[in-house]
Design a binder for this molecule. Structure first.
Ligand SMILES: [Ca+2]
Length: 331
């Protein structure tokens, strides 16, 4: 039997949603630190906020965790890509225009989720809650909580809000939600290779720099109990607060994990694992990329272009978002 706690085990980065006295403080800005200025997502930009990613050949993958290998030759054609993660404001415009209801706002069908306890069939999502202390890092239920009522409007559960956070990345969305948004924009989600090449920003070699990036929203300190906020944020950051890469893309590493359109396989070039295919009581998994603001040197060193995880298709999480691509003509 596969519970949602186990399902969430593939999601190794963690959301820093801090609850204190009932107040949601996930996105508190730390005034010290090295965060640069943030972009204005509403500012005019070519091709509706997208940048052109030229095609290229590159060595896909990395060597830190088994699922990143083997490093394999890959090629992608040129495409347009959102220069930053899709924001709450942009997603709200989509919902207002279409009436779309996200998966976390709907109850699960017990017929397709046999074995889940009733309270986990309720509308909700998984939320990171920073523990005061932990007993090792094997048991992720020490900081991940399935939270009824958590969704993109209430990313830490009932009582939390995105008010004033229109420029923050939308979270608690699933692959279906992200794809629905993309289709509404006449766009698509990136493939894993497209995403990785875009994050590589023209460097065709497999990454040999495995250090924590200096300009990205990641976790400084000892995960999951101590985050110094040295990068300027202890939780989510607004989109575009750190230096863009050479392609002009913001937050490809860190801030939120980003959904792709590729079904997760345990290794590059291998057939889908049996558990990657939908089975009774289980859900398909999709590749997510880039790590999140919860990736730390002592846990989940996935703040790299070659890192990857498999995310359950219908499981929304407080550290997971997306950006879109368009395979239109070159500029
Ligand atoms: Ca990101």
């Amino acid at each position: 039997m596969k519970t949602y706690v186990v399902l969430a085990a593939s999601v190794l980065a963690v959301a820093a949603s801090v609850w204190l006295g009932g107040l949601y403080l996930a996105n508190v800005r730390i005034v010290f630190g090295a965060a640069s200025h943030c972009i204005d997502p509403s500012a005019p930009a070519p091709h509706h906020g997208m940048v052109w990613i030229p095609g290229g050949r590159f060595a896909q993958g990395d060597t830190v965790y088994p699922e990143e290998g083997p490093v394999s030759a890959a090629h992608v054609n040129g495409f347009w890509m959102d220069r930053h993660e899709v924001t709450n404001g942009a997603f709200a415009a989509f919902v207002a225009a279409t009436g779309y209801v996200t998966q976390a706002e709907r109850a699960l069908d017990p017929a397709t989720h046999a074995g889940l306890p009733p309270d986990m069939l309720a509308p909700g999502a998984v939320v990171f809650v920073m523990p005061k202390d932990v007993h090792g890092t094997e048991d992720i239920s020490q900081w991940w909580r399935f939270t009824p009522g958590a969704n993109w409007r209430h990313p830490a559960g009932p009582g939390s809000s995105i008010a004033g956070h229109e420029n923050y990345p939308v979270v608690e969305v699933t692959h279906d939600d992200a794809l629905a948004y993309a289709r509404w924009k006449h766009r698509d989600l990136p493939s894993e290779a497209e995403w990785e090449w875009a994050a590589r920003a023209g460097d065709a070699r497999a990454g040999d720099d495995h250090d924590q990036p200096k300009s990205a929203n990641t976790w400084q300190g000892i995960f999951p109990v101590l985050n110094s906020g040295a990068d300027g944020y202890v939780g989510l950051a607004p989109a575009g607060c750190y230096a863009a890469n050479a392609f002009g893309l913001y937050d490809m590493l860190g801030n939120v994990w980003e959904l792709t359109n590729d079904i997760y396989r345990p290794r590059h070039g291998e057939a889908p694992a049996p558990d990657a295919m939908p089975m009774m009581g289980e859900t398909r998994r999709y590749v997510i990329k880039g790590g999140s603001f919860l990736c730390a040197p002592n846990y989940c060193m996935r703040y790299r272009s070659g890192s990857r995880e498999g995310q359950e298709a219908d499981l929304a999480a407080s550290h997971l978002g997306f950006r879109t691509v368009s395979r239109g003509a070159a500029p």
